[in-house]
Write a protein that binds this ligand. Structure first.
Ligand code: C5P
Length: 497
């Protein structure tokens, strides 16, 4: 019993610290035998475990879930790429490697595969490989392409668009950012041809790490040594977070699903919303790095990974939960909120014989319009949805004006959209409209998350004056959050020691 109590405390403790480290401004303190995690308007606590707790595994890893395609060129520095793989894996980054023919002279596919825990692709990419994963897909399946060591030959091919083996083909076919860690003899590095290639690559957006200066394996001294694996890892994580997590440090609030408005303990008024589009949007915003609060009506869907879900039933509860979740940088109002609720909910089940001829209705608050009102708590970007059956664009434009939101995602629900897996939408901003082709609700969500990231990260781009202002105000947030995180980590250590 005692053992169980300690284990349980440790489990709850790890939940608490994960919350403290991942969920914005919070403070961890210890009062007697209890540990308290305090948010701005909330506090949770759990019994403190005895002794020292190994917390390393619970600390959010800096690049968890992100993916790198690592191209290992042929150079003596290739051995350092093994350490790089180990460091990346430790940071939670998935690594898939292409080992060039020359690279395989320095390190073996076996060691690369063992460290990356994935298949290693070589220049002799055969038809079986191609059938499993085409070279185009291979070059795009990662969030970032890294070349380490980047030899003079690989740099020259990439700078000139030569694609005559798997590594150079992947570099030409990729739609992702490329980071190179050059490594070569000092004379090769300073040669005008390499310096010309370097300028071209920089103009193409390739990011360089190193080379460092020092004694080289060939006995010469000068620039040309590959940067230290830890320095490359840090540059990769910085770039990954900028590229793949453009919403890191932002808070997104999303509503989804229907609301249900009780008539009596067993009956209610509601609608057919499945919640699928709202859940997909919450998941896409979380995948883009945002901290996401999802306020959901009753749906048969699992919580999206990495999203804090608050389940509610009525429109009044949904409004309360949304207001409690503020401030937010973006609010996406996807829920199909019931416009009306019965005047009163009978305490007991209404019997057939007693049924009233008519149910009196009271109008529900409009959550979107409420959160769109100007004020210090107004999210920087407010997005509403409009389900229409006719004159979609005209009605949606009128809705922007009526509700005071910034964008409307409008869709024609006269077909099978409600409850279906696909959606065809029109994104309406105050200054223009974009029609998106019919696609899966997850694809609509990913595209909307991209648009949100572009609007929140561009200096004021796409936002209204008011929203621009609010966005500016949020710009100070990450550093404050970092301060809190540091403090949470420090107090966590003092609790554990
Ligand atoms: O007015 P209509 O219901 O068509 O507006 C739809 C938009 O307004 C959606 O974004 C929906 O989430 C939001 N809404 C709301 N509260 C209501 C009704 C609708 O937030 N009571």
């Amino acid at each position: 019993m005692r053992d169980w109590a300690v284990a349980d405390a440790k489990n709850r403790f790890s939940e608490l610290i994960t919350k403290a480290l991942e969920e914005g401004p919070q403070r961890v303190t210890r009062r007697g035998r209890r540990v308290i995690v305090r948010a701005e308007d909330d506090a949770i606590d759990a019994p403190a475990p005895r002794g020292r707790v190994e917390y390393e595994g619970h600390v959010a890893r800096p690049a968890e879930g992100l993916r790198v395609l690592l191209i290992i060129g042929g150079g003596i520095a290739a051995y350092k790429s093994l350490e790089l793989i180990r460091l990346l894996r430790q940071s939670g980054v998935a690594v898939r490697a292409i080992l060039t023919e020359a690279g395989a002279q320095f390190v073996t596919p076996l060691s690369v595969g063992a460290l990356s825990e994935d298949k290693v692709y070589g220049d002799l990419f055969d038809l079986t490989d191609e059938a499993e994963m085409g070279h185009i897909e291979l070059s795009r399946s990662a969030d970032l392409v890294v070349v380490a060591p980047a030899t003079a030959d690989l740099m020259a091919k990439a700078a000139n668009g030569i694609a005559n083996d798997l590594a150079s083909t992947a570099l030409l076919a990729t739609d992702k950012r490329v980071l190179m860690a050059p490594a070569m003899n000092v004379r090769m590095w300073t040669h005008p041809a390499t310096q010309r290639n370097l300028t071209r690559l920089a103009a193409d957006g390739v990011v360089m790490v190193g080379p460092d200066e020092g004694a080289m394996a060939c006995g010469e001294f000068g620039p040309g040594r590959m940067a230290a694996p830890a320095a490359i890892r840090d540059a990769i994580i910085r770039l990954l977070n900028n590229e793949a997590r453009p919403l890191a440090g932002k808070h997104a609030l999303v509503t989804a699903g229907p609301t249900i408005e009780p008539i009596d303990p067993v009956r209610f008024l509601s609608n057919r919303s499945s919640g699928r589009q709202g859940y997909a949007i919450a998941a896409a915003l979380a995948a883009a790095g945002a901290r996401v609060s999802l306020v959901s009506g009753p749906v048969a869907l699992a919580d999206p990974p990495g999203v804090t879900v608050k389940r509610v039933e009525t429109a009044l509860e949904m409004l309360g939960a949304c207001e409690a979740a503020l401030p937010a940088d973006v609010f996406v109002s996807v829920a199909a909120v019931a416009d009306w609720r019965p005047d009163r909910c009978a305490e007991e089940k209404i019997k057939k014989g007693q049924a009233a001829k008519a149910i009196g209705l009271t109008e529900n608050p409009d959550i979107l319009a409420t959160l769109s009102k100007p004020g210090p708590n107004r999210p920087g970007l407010v997005i509403g949805f409009a389900a229409e059956t006719e004159h979609v664009e005209a009605h949606a434009r009128a809705k922007i004006a009526k509700k005071g939101c910034d964008w409307i995602v409008a869709n024609d629900v006269s077909g099978d959209v409600m409850g279906g897996v696909e959606n065809e939408v029109l994104l309406i901003r105050r200054d223009g409209a974009e029609r998106w082709p019919r696609m899966a609700k997850e694809a609509v969500a990913a595209r909307l998350a991209d648009a949100v990231a572009a609007a929140l990260t561009a200096r004021g781009g796409g936002l209204t004056g008011r929203a621009r202002c609010a966005d500016g105000a949020h710009a100070a947030k990450p550093s404050r959050r970092r301060r809190w995180r540091r403090r949470a980590r420090r107090s966590w250590r003092s609790i554990c020691d």
